[in-house]
Design a protein around this ligand. Structure first.
Ligand SMILES: Nc1nc2c(ncn2[C@@H]2O[C@H](COP(=O)(O)OP(=O)(O)OP(=O)(O)O)[C@@H](O)[C@H]2O)c(=O)[nH]1
Ligand SMILES: [Mg+2]
Ligand SMILES: [Zn+2]
Length: 401
C-alpha cells in the first residue's frame, strides 16, 4: 500500500447543464451511476470537456513509468498511441476514465495527448502483488484473470500493449452532436479543411457555413476547399470564393485528378495540425494522396445511383506529413449538428454579423423576425450574403441539414 501513489486524472463532466427545452442539442442524463457526478447550475463553466480533476490511486505504477504519446486512431476498444521514440502501442483505456463519461466514444479520440503505461512495466510491477486493484483494465482482466499476465494468454498482436492512464485537456476540437451526444471527432488540431465537391456529390453551401461555425466553436481556423473543379466550370463560383476570402477564410479550387490547387493546399498544411472533413465521396483521401502520394489512402468511386460517396474512410487517422505537420483524414459525415450550442450563441459564429449586432433595435435581437434588425438590413443591402443568412437561420433554429 505504501508504494501506491496518488495521481491527478482528468474527469469529464457527466452533465454540463440542466436540460433546456430550446437547446439545439438537448442532452438528457439518464445514467443512474452518473447522478452523483452531475454538475448543475448555470452555464458558467470552464471551456472544453474536461472540467474537473480528481485524485485516484494509480495501481503500483509510478508517474515515471508513464509515457507521453499521441492517439493516432481509435479502433473499437483499442487506441493506437505513438510515443516520442516512434513506437506505436495498442492501448485500452483505464476503467476509471471510462466510467466517468457518458459518451464512451469520446473518452479518447484521435489526436488526444495521453499518458500510457506499457504492459511490460505493469506486468513487472504486479509480480509480487497478491491482490489486483479494482481499477485494472477490463481487457487485461478478462484475459489474465487475477494472475499476472503470461505471454501465451495475450491476444496475438504485433504492437506492444499499454493502458491509457491519463488524457490531457484538449485544444482545437472538431465536435458534433451525434444522436444527442457529443462526438469529438478529432482533438488538438489547429485548422479544419472543409472539403466540398462541386459535383458528385453536389455542392452544399449551407454545409460549408455549418462547418465554419463548428470550426469557430472548436477553436479551429477554417479553410474551404472546393474540389473536383475538373468536372465543372468554376466561373460562377467566383462570388462565393470572394465572399469567403473576405471573411478571412482561405478558399481554394482544387482537383485531386489534375493536381490543380494541390500546391496551395500543401502550403496551408505545412507545419500545422489539420483535420479534413466533409461528406463522403468529396475527395478528402484523394486530395491527401495528391499532397503526399506515399500515403496511399483508400479511395472509392461515388455511387452512380445516389451520386454519394460510399464511406470509404472508416476511422479518423492522424498522419504525419513529410514536409512538416500532421493531418487527420476522417470518414465522411452525413450531417453536422453543432454540439451544446444555444440559439443566441450562433450569431457569434458568423463573423460578419459581429459589427452589426450592436446596431440592432433590440439588444436581444435574434435577427429572425425583429424590426430594426441591422443584420437583416445588411442582407437587404447585400452587405451580408443571403446564403450566409439562410445558413444562420438554419443553425439558429437547429434545423438538420
Ligand atoms: N474527377 C475527380 N474525381 C475526384 C477528385 N477527387 C476525388 N475524386 C474521386 O471521387 C471519389 C471519392 O474520393 P475519395 O477520396 O474516396 O473521397 P472521400 O472524401 O475520402 O470519401 P470518404 O472516405 O468516403 O469520406 C473517387 O472515385 C475519387 O477518384 C477530383 O478532384 N476530380
Ligand atoms: Mg476518404
Ligand atoms: Zn438583429
Amino acid at each position: 500500500m505504501s508504494k501506491k501513489k496518488k495521481v491527478r486524472v482528468d474527469l469529464r463532466k457527466n452533465r454540463t447543464k440542466p436540460p433546456r427545452a430550446n437547446d439545439l442539442t438537448e442532452q438528457f442524463q439518464t445514467d443512474a451511476d452518473a447522478a452523483g457526478d452531475a454538475v448543475g447550475g448555470e452555464r458558467v463553466r470552464a471551456k472544453g470537456d474536461i472540467s474537473r480533476r480528481r485524485t485516484v490511486i494509480e495501481g503500483e505504477a509510478t508517474g515515471a513509468d508513464l509515457l507521453p504519446g499521441r492517439v493516432l486512431r481509435v479502433h473499437g476498444l483499442y487506441s493506437y498511441v505513438e510515443v516520442e521514440d516512434g513506437r506505436v502501442f495498442r492501448c485500452t483505456v483505464r476503467r476509471v476514465l471510462k466510467s466517468l463519461t457518458t459518451d464512451e466514444r469520446s473518452i479518447v479520440t484521435t489526436g488526444d495527448r495521453v499518458f500510457i503505461l506499457p504492459e511490460a512495466v505493469r506486468g513487472q510491477k504486479s509480480e509480487d502483488r497478491s491482490q489486483r486493484s479494482e481499477d485494472e483494465n477490463q481487457t487485461t482482466e478478462a484475459i489474465a484473470g487475477s494472475t499476472p499476465l503470461t505471454p501465451n494468454l495475450r491476444p496475438p498482436t504485433s504492437e506492444p500493449e499499454a493502458v491509457i492512464e491519463r488524457v490531457e485537456p484538449r485544444h482545437g476540437v472538431l465536435t458534433r452532436a451525434s444522436r444527442r451526444r457529443e462526438h469529438v471527432l478529432v482533438a488538438n488540431v489547429d485548422q479544419l479543411v472543409i472539403v466540398m465537391s462541386l459535383v458528385q456529390p453536389d455542392l452544399k453551401p449551407h454545409l460549408i457555413d455549418r462547418y465554419i461555425a463548428t470550426a469557430a466553436k472548436g477553436g479551429l481556423a477554417a479553410v474551404v476547399c472546393l474540389n473536383k473543379v475538373d468536372l465543372t466550370d468554376p466561373v460562377e463560383l467566383q462570388p462565393m470564393v470572394g465572399a469567403y476570402s473576405q471573411l478571412g477564410i482561405p478558399t481554394l479550387l482544387t482537383s485531386a485528378a489534375t493536381g490543380r490547387g494541390v500546391d496551395q493546399l500543401r502550403e496551408l498544411l505545412r507545419g500545422r495540425a489539420t483535420v479534413f472533413s466533409g461528406q463522403s465521396g468529396v475527395g478528402k483521401s484523394s486530395l491527401l494522396n495528391a499532397i503526399q502520394p506515399d500515403l496511399a489512402l483508400r479511395v472509392k468511386a461515388v455511387s452512380e445511383e445516389t451520386n454519394k460517396g460510399v464511406h470509404t474512410t472508416t476511422t479518423a487517422e492522424l498522419i504525419r506529413l513529410d514536409f512538416g505537420g500532421w493531418v487527420v483524414d476522417t470518414p465522411g459525415v452525413r450531417q453536422l449538428q453543432l454540439w451544446d450550442t444555444r440559439p443566441e450563441e450562433v450569431e457569434g459564429y458568423f463573423r460578419e454579423f459581429r459589427p452589426l449586432v450592436p446596431l440592432c433595435g433590440f439588444p436581444d435581437c435574434t435577427h429572425t423576425h425583429e424590426q430594426r434588425c441591422a443584420v437583416k438590413a445588411a442582407v437587404a443591402r447585400r452587405r451580408v450574403s443571403e446564403r450566409r443568412y439562410v445558413s444562420y437561420l438554419g443553425l439558429f433554429r437547429g434545423v438538420e441539414e
